[in-house]
Each structure stands twice: as C-alpha cells, then as structure tokens.
Write a protein that binds this ligand. Structure first.
Ligand SMILES: *Cc1c(COP(=O)(O)O)cnc(C)c1O
Length: 418
C-alpha cells in the first residue's frame, strides 16, 4: 500500500462530510463526472414514484393545488437560494440554462437602458453586451442572438479583460463563475463591482459553482444569475435550471419571454399581459413537474450541510488529487490547467494531455484525451473529456472520497505509462 493511499484513508476518516456518500446510489466506480451529471440520491426514486402513482395517477388535476405543483418553481427556487447565498423570493426554477441565459441577458439590457415596458422608450446609449469568450458554447450562442434582438454589438472577452473594456456603452456582461474546461474560478465580487461602476448589469452563470462552493449572490450584489441543477445539485438528467433576479430589480425586470405563468393573474386568461410581482416574472409556461419534483427531492441531501465545509473539502480533494498525479504520472505526460491558487480554483481538475502521447494513443483519428478517458472508464474511473485534449475530473464533495482521488490518479498513471 502506497503512502498516498494510507494518507487518503486517514483523510477520509476525518472527513466531516464522509457520511453523505451513503445517501447516494454509487458502486465502486470512482465517479468524477458529477460536474456533468450528479449522482442519484437514494431516496429520489421512491419520491418520484409517489409523484407519478399518487399525485398524477390518483389526484390527477387536483395535484396542481393539493400537491403544490403550481407553486413548485418558486418553492424549489427557495430551496436553492441558501446554496447560492440568496434570500428567499429571488429564484424560480424552470426551463433550461440556455433559455434562462436568454431571459436574463435581454432583461439585463432592458434594465441597463431603463427601458419602459409600456412605451418602449429607452436610453439608446448602451448598445454593447460583453460575453466571456471562453464560455460554454451555449451561452455564447444565446448572447449573440440576444445582442441581435436588442440592437447591441457583442464583444467576446476573457473575464480578465473585462474591467478595462467596460464603457458607458456597456449594457450587460455575461460571465461564468467557473470555466467549464479548466475549472478556473473567476472573481465574482470584483468583476460584479467593476461592471456596476460602469453602470452596466452583471449576469452570472453558476453551472459549475452552485453546490460546489459558496457563491454569495446577495452579498456581492449580483444582478441576475442562472444555473443548471443536474451537475453539483444532483437534480437528474435534464432537470430544470433556475434564474435569480435580485430583489431590487424585480419590479423593473421585463422578461423577453412573458408567458401565462409570469402573469399577475394566470387564470384570468386576459389578453393583456400584466407581469406578476417578484421573481415569478422569470417563469414562462407550465412547469415540467416530473423532473422538477425529482430535483426537489434531490435537494434534501443539502439539509444541514454547510457550503463552507463543502468548499473546504473540495479544495482538499483537488489538492490531494493533484499531489497524487504529480507523484504517480511520469513528468511531461499531462499538464494541469487548473489554477494552483485556491482563490482561482473551482471544484474540478483539468489535465491537458501532452502531444507526446498522441502517437501511442491516436487510433483511427480518435481524439487522444477521449481515448485516455475511455480506458479510464473501462477501469472504473469516470471523468470526461473536452475536445481536443483535456481530461476533466469533477470533485463532488458530497460523495467523492480521498481514496477515490488516489485511485483515479494511480489508474491514470498506469494507463499513461502502458
Ligand atoms: C452545463 C452548462 C450549461 C448547460 O446549458 P443547458 O441549457 O442546461 O443545456 C450552460 N452553461 C454552462 C456554463 C454550463 O456549464
């Protein structure tokens, strides 16, 4: 048994979140892909079975009221709120992240321009949207369309370039809290303050941080935020996303997708739109109840969990994994893209494969990193790869152990050496 394996066992023994793993359905696979699809909390199937058998099967239409279906988007939003540092009444769940990026970004431009929903009168001076150039592609595609629709130009920049580029023409800035490829954590407080100093609005995508570290939306004055729930929040495949609208902005939040669910009186069936009060304006149409209530059940695993403890374990895990990789993998075969500094690190480690490896691995044009990841998966270590050459290992503090981290690095070394 190696020293690092012994050390891993000791770290697991003193891990205050160690007991959480038993609340998930897991086998002896090392599951390092919770940043793509969180594992299944063990109590969810029974809860979903009740939603189907009793709520849908027996109560049928009555469940919209009696089972709380109608109010699920805001109720579940309030369950997510403490995990991202938000007071209640500011988050609604529904639609995909992509759709929520659209709502948030167009609404942000309208807010920045002081656009009047009734007359369309506005300050035309602000005609630029800045978007993270390294973003997950969907955010970039949606930002381009939002820019076309609002008559803005789109400026793609790295987050570090944003402060110097802000101007009185900037309306909104769409940023990722953590980079999906490298795991780099961006400075949400500092960038939000810079955006505000320029009179613009900050929209943050929390897909890779909600459930992995404290976000502090209220404390840092974030205007609008969106995120998915199937990664670190374990809501299940395609579980609905959420949108956060800061309380002070809600009465001016003018959604580009006003549906009957965001109407002040949805069952009034009136031809004129009149926006509901509060975060409900972020709703659009009939909520996807089955996946939404699976998410609601999944959120039970967070009861009593402190996000500071989650963050501390996440950093300890990624530190330990990097230490094991350094000890086991021969020099020069992989390079970590994940920042050393804790303040700049999310909850994943991204390793770029050296071109040196490609001759031995590339078969029939298969991407190198994909090939390495396939072999890892065959040996019970599941991460994922991002084209062209990045191996991505997500560390979900609720159920990944230090022994998992050590084994992943050891198997990776064996594959790269072979
Ligand atoms: C996962 C992820 C998404 C996913 O968008 P969907 O609309 O839910 O498919 C969007 N943005 C980022 C940054 C992500 O990491």
């Amino acid at each position: 048994m190696s020293d690092l394996h012994v050390r891993a066992k000791a770290l697991d023994a003193e891990d205050e979140l160690g007991g959480k793993r038993a609340e998930f359905v897991l086998d002896d696979t090392v599951y390092l892909d919770g940043n793509s699809l969180g594992a299944l909390p063990a109590h969810v199937p029974e809860r979903v079975a009740d939603v189907i058998d009793r709520q849908w099967g027996k109560l049928r239409i009555r469940s919209w009221e009696e089972s709380g279906w109608w109010t699920a988007p805001e109720r579940i939003g309030d369950r997510i709120a403490p995990l991202v540092g938000a007071a209640p009444g500011q988050i609604v769940v529904g639609d995909s992240t992509s759709v929520n990026v659209f709502k948030a970004l167009v609404a942000a431009v309208r807010l920045a321009r002081g656009e009047d929903a009734g007359t369309g009168a506005r300050d035309e001076g602000r005609d630029e949207i800045i978007v993270d150039a390294t973003t997950f592609p969907t955010d970039g595609y949606i930002a381009r369309s939002a820019a076309r629709l609002t008559g803005c130009r789109l400026t793609p920049l790295t987050p570090a370039e944003v402060p110097a580029a802000l101007s009185p023409r900037t309306a909104a800035v769409l940023l990722n809290h953590a980079d999906y490829r490298t795991g780099r954590l961006h400075d949400l407080p500092g960038l939000t303050a810079a955006v505000h100093a320029a009179g613009a609005l900050a929209v943050w995508d929390l897909c890779h941080t909600a459930g992995a570290l404290p976000v502090g939306l209220d404390a840092h004055g974030v205007d609008l935020a969106v995120g998915c729930t199937y990664k670190y929040l374990n809501g299940g495949p395609g579980s609905p996303a959420y949108i956060y609208v800061r309380a002070e902005l809600q009465d001016r939040f003018d959604s580009p997708l006003p549906g009957w669910n965001s109407h002040a009186e949805p069952f009034g069936m009136r031809p004129e739109f009149e926006a509901a009060e509060g975060a409900l304006r972020g709703r659009v149409g009939t909520p996807d109840i089955l996946s939404m209530l699976a998410l609601e059940a999944a959120l039970d695993v967070w009861d009593g969990v402190s996000m500071d403890a989650v963050r501390a374990k996440s950093l300890a895990l990624t530190d330990f994994f990097l230490r094991c990789v350094e000890a086991y993998v021969p020099k020069g075969l992989v390079e970590s893209l994940t920042p050393e500094a804790h303040a700049e690190r999310g909850s994943q480690v991204a390793l770029r494969c050296s071109p040196k490896l490609s001759t031995s691995f590339e078969q029939g044009g298969a991407p190198l990193a994909g090939d390495v990841m396939k072999r890892l998966t065959e040996r019970g270590v599941v991460g994922d790869f991002r084209a062209p050459d990045v191996l991505r290992f997500g560390f979900t503090p609720l159920y990944v152990s230090f022994v998992d981290a050590e084994r992943a690095a050891r198997v990776l070394a064996e594959i790269l050496e072979s």
